[in-house]
Write a protein that binds this ligand. Structure first.
Ligand code: HEC
Ligand code: HEC
Length: 230
């Protein structure tokens, strides 16, 4: 399967982002026109029974929206997706723990191979699926690095990854054609990182198979897993 290439040699990410932006602006305009709705009331400190019930309803709606709009591509809560029509890796959401605001942004902006979905969802569906994913994702993501692991892993990261990936409050140092995942927003499992680093992503991220030793690979994976997503 070939990734689509424009006549100038670029892939259509910029175009998609432009389209996504139009969709987001349209959505924002609608939200303003509707007076933003939602829960305008101030919350007391502890959740009330009504709030707990509302949260439960939101999780149920979120799970329904996920099953309809996302489960086609993403594995979550052990329900394995088998997408065959997309070439680049689709994050297994049991192997990554994304922050809520990042999930929201992904839905609004889409990605390289992820469509913009906010235009297909009404405001409460979008809110619910974002809350659901933020709550449920990352069940296989544990933090387990010792500080010794972190020092050697950090060195590998600075030498090989930092040009494309932001982490631990530091911005990426390079200007890659496609910016890598911002690890301030998402904590991947050691397993997912090792897999991704070995495999690479065609046209976007080099494969480090044979370029890093197994020990370096494990160290960098443990480092990223330990410090990402905070
Ligand atoms: C057509 C397949 C497809 C669908 C449908 C889809 N996604 Fe994605 N998603 C992807 C791909 C591919 C990526 C990897 C990033 C990219 O494309 O740039 C991704 C990335 C993400 C990420 C970031 C994960 C990370 O580790 O950085 C989140 C969160 C996410 N998707 C949530 C959702 C949600 C929620 C829905 C449903 C509302 C959804 N996706 C629907 C393909 C899809
Ligand atoms: C030339 C730029 C580049 C370099 C160098 C690079 N990456 Fe990436 N990486 C990317 C891009 C681009 C993506 C996909 C981002 C997306 O889909 O939105 C990515 C994705 C990832 C992911 C998947 C994250 C997720 O949540 O789905 C991991 C893990 C990762 N990279 C780890 C690393 C590590 C560790 C190194 C160093 C050994 C590294 N990368 C080096 C560009 C790079």
């Amino acid at each position: 399967m070939q990734r689509i290439t424009m006549s100038d040699g670029t892939t259509p990410r910029r175009r998609r982002l432009a389209l996504a932006l139009v969709a987001v602006l349209a959505l924002a305009a609608t939200a303003v026109a509707m007076g933003c709705g939602g829960s305008g009331t101030k919350r007391p400190s502890g959740p009330t029974p009504a709030q707990i019930a509302a949260r439960k309803r939101e999780m149920t709606l979120g799970a329904q929206v996920f099953a309809k709009k996302c489960a086609l591509c993403h594995t979550l809560a052990g329900k394995v997706a088998h997408p065959t029509f997309i070439e680049s890796p689709i994050p297994n959401l049991d192997e990554v723990k994304p922050k809520l605001a990042y999930v929201r942004r992904r839905i609004e902006e889409g990605g390289f191979d992820m469509p913009t979905l906010s235009s297909e969802l009404n405001a409460s569906q979008a809110r619910a699926v974002v809350a659901y994913v933020a709550e449920v994702a990352g069940r296989n993501v544990a933090v387990g690095a010792s500080s010794a692991d972190q020092a050697s892993g950090q060195q590998v990261f600075q030498a090989h990854c930092q040009s494309c990936h932001a982490i631990a409050g530091r911005a990426a140092t390079g200007t890659p054609a496609y910016p890598g995942t911002d690890f301030n927003n998402v904590r991947p499992s050691v397993k997912l990182i090792e897999h991704q680093v070995r495999r690479g992503i065609r046209d976007e991220m080099p494969s480090f198979r044979g370029k890093l030793t197994d020990a370096q690979l494990e160290a960098v994976a443990r480092y990223v897993n330990a410090v990402a997503g905070r």
